[in-house]
Write a protein that binds this ligand. Sequence first.
Ligand code: NI
Ligand code: MN
Length: 223
Amino acid sequence: MKITWQGHSCFILEAGGKSVIIDPFLKGNPTAKIKPSDVKVDAILVTHGHADHLGDAVEISKHTGAPVIGTFELVNHCIDKGAAGHAMHIGGSFRFPFGRVKLTIAHHGSSTDSSSLGNPCGFIINMGGKTLYHAGDTGLFSDMALIGETNVIDVAMLPIGDNFTMGIEDAVLAVGFLKPKVVIPMHYNTFDVIKQDPEVFRKSLPRKDVQVEIMKPGQTLEV
Ligand code: NI
Ligand code: MN
């Protein structure tokens, strides 16, 4: 599997000739290396309605035909705007042609403009023989231990930016709960208010058997 980071919480996963984008915040993302029109994917996974996550999901869906996948309220909002969609909800999983997706809880908001789009979520994705956990925007929660017990997580993508989400201290506790083989910090340094040094995250991890991948925007990691 190839994992490409576009900065913030936006990742493109590619495996077995299929690809998906998560939280496609490209226009307005100072760290993104591509435009929405460059994106060719089979699905668009969106954790919540905030503009730095929903991003260009509708535009990408319109030009690719790829469904937006997320919570019922968020997906129906996207369908109203002309996107294709597959609505799910927390605790539910579905097997798509590219792989399986399960929605997890996330402690955060999920509004767009003035309307609320229900709950935010995280994703457990089984694709290309790998299990990935993208936490979305969330504070730390102890059920991450349950996610770690019930899944062998190859790659965890965790926010470390603080202010809106977990900061470094809580992300270190999250790694202890999830026990991933690889952890990629996200949702930091996009804006001044979430400025963090990811090397502090790396150095703070007590488990040295976890591989910390501090990616550069536009960089691709093979796992
Ligand atoms: Ni958010
Ligand atoms: Mn955010």
